[in-house]
Design a protein around this ligand. Structure first.
Ligand SMILES: [Mn+2]
Length: 399
């Protein structure tokens, strides 16, 4: 059965409970999360066709999918209509309309609950985490989940595939492989960075499956023909779509790849931290938008998620030498956290901020009223996956 037919038929079956099964990606809702959830759902039903299916959840409100142009492109080129997926709005409806039902959740691409809808359901004892497949730092919770696979790979989708490949003994449809290739190639730069054994195993299986399905080369959908593949060009199309910020305001850009974390200080105070990842330097924001628009985007985020600290983590290449750089930027209204950057030794923060001269005056004006700091990050190897545990450590030990 093709992935499209599967998703259509899944949505056609009404949800009744008492047990509702969901497989959810993380709150950033990036391609890895979306595809890991869809693939998990597909493989589970392939292995256990007569069991209650796991429905793939995108852990965002439906109207935010428009901010993820790479995912829209991948879904479209695989003839998948987003209306056949599930969003936070659906879960909220289910919780409300089926007050006796409880949720069994499989987490993929994260290993702890994220987002207030699911966390609230858990606190209300209406939700259990039943399995985990992830490639982030193990948070050491839900230890009874089965499977509970947490391992380092470039893409979580590789772990999902490898697990199910070891469980399913029938032929795997090429349509699910075409979907799985999207996050693998985006997360590894077409197998050039962050590649681990799990990724290598997965891609060699993908190639075999595509080749034996006789898929011919065709731009827009992954294919292998006589050992040759078109992965590089499709990867570039997806990457371009991911970076495309046309028609977006700062508030859209900050929501596009956002995660919320709550950490506890030494004094057991909860600190809510929103972390947005950006593919452009801070100087780009100030160059392309009015200062008020940038600030409004930050305030919107802060209000919407009741944040104590808003962190913007940028990753880009410096125009003059194409050298990869990262910035660590934070905003807070709480004076206590103004020194946050001073403690994050692992990030190697410094003041060599890209094109700082061009927006220094704007920063000065902003900082009269609020705390808004921008640093260059010396440790360019630290993505959000590594930066967040460092921020957590600082909150837990310095405050
Ligand atoms: Mn991931």
């Amino acid at each position: 059965m093709s992935i499209r037919t599967f998703l259509e038929s899944l949505k056609a079956v009404p949800i009744k409970g008492p047990i509702i099964r969901i497989v959810s990606g993380n709150q950033s809702c990036d391609m890895d999360s979306v595809v890991s959830a869809i693939a998990y759902s597909y493989f589970y039903s392939k292995k256990y066709p007569s069991e209650e299916p796991f429905r793939p959840l995108l852990n965002i409100p439906q109207d935010q999918l428009r901010l993820r142009k790479d995912i829209l492109l991948l879904l479209e080129s695989n003839s998948i209509d987003p209306k056949h997926l599930y969003f936070l709005d659906d879960v909220q409806d289910l919780i409300r309309l089926l007050p006796k039902a409880s949720l069994n959740v499989a987490l993929v691409d994260h290993c702890n609950l994220q987002g207030d809808v699911l966390i609230q359901a858990y606190e209300d004892k209406r939700l259990d985490v039943v399995s985990i497949i992830d490639h982030h730092q193990d948070e050491g919770v839900f230890l009874d989940a089965s499977p509970r696979i947490i391992a380092v790979t470039g893409s979580c989708s590789s772990l999902v595939f490898n697990y199910w490949k070891s469980v399913i003994d029938t032929v795997i449809d090429a349509s699910v492989v075409k979907l799985l290739l999207g996050p693998l190639l985006l997360d590894t730069g077409n197998m050039a960075q962050k590649v681990e054994l799990g990724d290598v195993l997965a891609i060699s299986e993908y190639k075999k499956i595509l080749e034996s399905a006789g898929t011919s080369l065709d731009r827009g959908v992954f294919a292998v023909n006589g050992g040759k593949d078109n992965f590089q060009e499709v990867y570039e199309d997806l990457k371009r779509a991911k970076k495309n910020l046309d028609d977006f305001l700062p508030s859209d850009i900050f929501l596009k790849d956002f995660k919320l974390f709550v950490f506890q200080t030494k004094g057991a105070e909860s600190v809510s931290i929103g972390f947005s990842s950006l593919g452009k330097p801070i100087s780009w924001l100030f160059k392309n938008f009015k200062t008020e628009e940038v600030l409004e985007g930050i305030y919107d985020l802060q209000k919407q998620y009741l944040l104590d600290i808003v962190i913007l983590g940028t990753s880009f290449s410096r125009g003059e030498n194409r050298v990869h750089a990262r910035e660590f930027c934070y905003f807070t209204k709480k004076a206590a956290y103004s020194s946050l950057g001073d403690f994050t030794s692992y990030l190697e923060l410094n003041s060599d901020v890209y094109k700082l001269k061009e927006f220094k005056d704007k920063m000065k004006a902003i900082n009269k009223d609020i705390i808004f700091k921008v640093y260059n990050m010396g440790n360019t190897a630290a993505s959000r996956k590594q930066t967040v545990p460092e921020v957590k450590r600082v909150i837990e030990t310095e405050y």
